[in-house]
Ligand binder design. Structure first.
Ligand SMILES: [Zn+2]
Length: 279
C-alpha cells in the first residue's frame, strides 16, 4: 500500500484548516431571541481588527473594548418577519455567522378619534413637519466611539403608559406605528439622560415639541419629546442620570407625558430592549 497517500492527505487537510486555526474567533448574540424592533448585542472574541459585520444587508459598526472583544449593537427593523436571521462576520478570507431568532409578535392596535385638524395638517404645518423630518434624518450620522457607560436606565421614575410598536388608527384612516415608549408624568417631572453622551439637538419641533437628542456613540441616539423645559443645550456633555429637562405637553401631545425613542443606525428600536441589554 502506498504510504504517501495518507501523508499527502494530512498535509492537504492541514493546509485547508490552517486559515481557520489562525483566524479562530467566536461570535455571541445576546439575547438570541428578539421581537421585531428590538436591539441586540453582538460580541466577537478572538478576532483581530478589522472585521466586516453585516445583518439584514447592512454593514454594522463595532468597537473594541478593553478586554479585546469587539462589540456591536444591532437593530432589528420593526417590519422584520418571524424567522432565523444570520449575522455574518468576515475577517480576511474567513467568514463566520451567528443566528438570531425573530419571533412572531403581534403589536396591539388601538383606534383613536381625533379632531380633524389634528389628523390632517395645514399646508404650512405639513411643510414645517417635512422640513424637520429631513433635518432629523441628517442627525443620525454615525459616531464611532462609545460614549455610554454600562447599562441604560429609565428616563423617569414613573411608569410606562404606552409601549413601542402599538399601531394607531386615527379616524379609521390614518395609521401610524408608535416608534417609542411613553412614560407618565405631570408637567415638571424630571427627565434624566438614559446614559452618557452629547446633546446634538435641543429644539422646538412640530411633532415633538421641545425635543432633546443625545448621541451615545456608535450610531445610537436617545430622543426625548414634549418637554416643558430644557436643562441642557446642544453640544453639552451629559452623564447617565443627569436631569436634562422636564416633562411637558409641547408639540403634538394629547397631555403631559414623555415620549422617548431610540435610533440605532437610523432605525427606530424598542427602548425597553435597550434597557435590558447587559452592557
Ligand atoms: Zn409616544
Amino acid at each position: 500500500m502506498n504510504t504517501q497517500i495518507p501523508k499527502l492527505l494530512t498535509i492537504f487537510l492541514t493546509l485547508l484548516l490552517f486559515p481557520f486555526a489562525v483566524h479562530s474567533y467566536e461570535i455571541k448574540v445576546m439575547p438570541e431571541t428578539v421581537k421585531p424592533g428590538d436591539i441586540f448585542l453582538l460580541t466577537i472574541k478572538g478576532a483581530t481588527n478589522p472585521v466586516k459585520i453585516s445583518f439584514q444587508e447592512k454593514q454594522l459598526q463595532y468597537q473594541s473594548i478593553e478586554d479585546g472583544r469587539l462589540i456591536s449593537l444591532v437593530p432589528v427593523d420593526v417590519n422584520t418577519g418571524p424567522g432565523k436571521y444570520d449575522i455574518i462576520v468576515t475577517q480576511g478570507k474567513t467568514q463566520r455567522s451567528a443566528g438570531v431568532e425573530v419571533i412572531d409578535h403581534k403589536f396591539k392596535t388601538i383606534k383613536l378619534t381625533l379632531p380633524k385638524g389634528k389628523v390632517s395638517l395645514s399646508p404650512e404645518n405639513q411643510k414645517r413637519a417635512n422640513g424637520e423630518a429631513v433635518m432629523l434624518n441628517k442627525t443620525w450620522t454615525p459616531n464611532t466611539s462609545i460614549a455610554w457607560d454600562s447599562r441604560f436606565t429609565h428616563p423617569t421614575n414613573t411608569e410606562i403608559s404606552s409601549v413601542f410598536g402599538v399601531k394607531r388608527i386615527m379616524n379609521e384612516v390614518k395609521t401610524s406605528v408608535h416608534r417609542g415608549t411613553d412614560f407618565r408624568g405631570k408637567t415638571g417631572t424630571p427627565v434624566m439622560a438614559i446614559n452618557s453622551g452629547t446633546v446634538v439637538l435641543s429644539e422646538d419641533l412640530f411633532y415633538g415639541g421641545n425635543t432633546l437628542i443625545v448621541d451615545h456613540g456608535m450610531g445610537l441616539y436617545s430622543i426625548y419629546m414634549h418637554l416643558s423645559k430644557f436643562d441642557v443645550q446642544k453640544k453639552e456633555s451629559v452623564s447617565k442620570g443627569d436631569v436634562i429637562g422636564l416633562i411637558g405637553s409641547s408639540g403634538r401631545a394629547t397631555g403631559p407625558h414623555l415620549h422617548m425613542s431610540v435610533k440605532l443606525n437610523g432605525i427606530s428600536v424598542n427602548p425597553e430592549s435597550l434597557f435590558e441589554l447587559d452592557l
